[in-house]
Design a protein around this ligand. Structure first.
Ligand code: GLA
Length: 379
């Protein structure tokens, strides 16, 4: 992240602009976003910085600090690889009527890649902020609350990944010290205070480092199963079924797998609402059992976990975590454990030990606190 920031500070990019968008973890509410449901993510301190300088010619010269590559494209090209996320944002802004000028962009990031922490949404949202800024479109011309839908459309229609809106909303709208309670139907938001330190708590992230296998196909299959269920049940989205109506809904479905998919989504929405109620009441520890129940539902009903993440959750709980769950799309990625400050080292050691016993690649572990959403980097 240093180089772009450093150049701006040094004044070598005096005409440029620099925006920062974070990765995210999701405290609870998995695979609910594309069901018009509820999610509760918070922004990571890890973020992607994009700096931009206008160019005369309408083309984009994009450098990644991580890969050392520079990719140049103009409007006639369909771009692939990591630069597709930037080209997708150029495309969607133009679709939205923004006259995007040519630009030289430099990207630096410390969001772990491929760990399910939304490195792609961070790139999309930071690129969107820079390009909107260079186009002279400020927060009034393109309000922050409208940007997640645009970034999601860029990812769905240009990149071709059928994701929901959670990651882009989290990266754009989160606030430091808060979790973002998002209604994925109305896009109404509430910033829910999430002051871990005041409660003597920590969130330990365990990156399972499990290889992501078949993740795109499995994600699309889960989404399809939900859509098929809504057709049978005669509702616009699974959001429209609450826990009281669940037994009747399940009775109308004759396939056991579909029943379990529906049960996950309906109960997960309720767990988000319950978690929000606990956080509003200042009882952060009470979120723990809800997180653990969420994990069980992802493992048994939605079937999106892998042995590494199940092992991490189990070991975290055995070593005193209040709750633990996989976060993100699944099939690998990260686990969150809610732990008392003084138990954090023991939980981490316990997870490492369990991985060693199982013969898994050692996990990466780090502690996170809720950081800010998209913001302009100020000198
Ligand atoms: C991925 C997608 C999100 C969401 C999660 C699962 O992160 O990008 O839209 O569906 O999976 O909750």
């Amino acid at each position: 992240m240093k180089f772009a920031a450093q150049r701006l500070r040094d004044g070598t990019d005096g005409a440029g602009t620099l925006w920062v968008s974070p990765g995210r973890v999701n405290l609870i509410g998995e695979h609910t976003d594309y069901n018009d449901g509820f999610v509760l993510p918070f922004a990571l301190p890890h973020a992607t910085a994009v700096s931009g300088v206008r160019l005369e010619r309408r083309h984009w010269v994009v450098t990644s600090e991580q890969t050392g590559e520079t990719v140049t494209f103009d409007l006639s090209e369909k771009v692939g690889g990591w630069a597709a996320y930037v080209a997708a944002v150029v495309w969607v802004l133009r679709e939205a009527g923004v006259d995007v000028p040519g630009a030289r962009l430099e990207i630096a990031s410390d969001v772990p890649f491929g760990a399910g922490l939304s490195s792609s949404a961070a790139l999309e949202c930071a690129a969107m902020a820079v390009l909107a800024d260079l186009a002279g479109v400020d927060g009034t011309g393109l309000p922050m609350r409208d940007r997640p839908r645009l970034a999601q459309r860029a990812e769905n229609e240009y990149v071709g990944a059928p994701t929901g809106i959670m990651d882009q909303a989290a990266s754009t709208l989160c606030q430091e010290g808060h979790a973002l309670f998002l209604d994925c139907r109305s896009l109404a938001t509430e910033q829910v205070p999430f002051d871990l330190a005041a409660a003597g708590l920590k969130i330990l992230v365990v990156d399972s480092r499990a290889p992501h296998a078949h993740v795109d196909g499995e994600y699309a299959a889960r989404r399809r199963a939900c859509e098929e269920a809504t057709a049978v049940l005669g509702v616009a989205a699974l959001r429209d079924i609450d826990t009281d109506a669940l037994p009747d809904a399940l009775a109308k479905l004759d396939d056991d797998t579909t029943r379990r998919r529906v049960r996950h989504v309906v109960t997960e929405n309720q767990r988000v609402l319950d978690t929000v109620a606990m956080l509003r009441a200042g009882d952060l520890r009470a979120a723990g059992p809800l997180m653990t129940a969420s994990h069980a539902s992802m493992r048994d009903d939605y079937e999106i976990t892998v042995p590494q993440v199940d092992t991490a959750v189990q070991a975290a709980l055995e070593h005193g975590a209040h709750g633990a769950r996989m976060t993100g799309g699944g099939f690998g990625g990260c686990v969150l454990a809610l732990v008392d400050e003084e138990r954090c080292d023991a939980v981490e050691a316990g997870v490492r030990e369990a991985f060693a016993v199982a013969g898994f690649t050692p996990p990466d572990t780090f502690v996170v606190t809720p950081g800010p959403g998209t913001h302009r980097f100020s000198r």
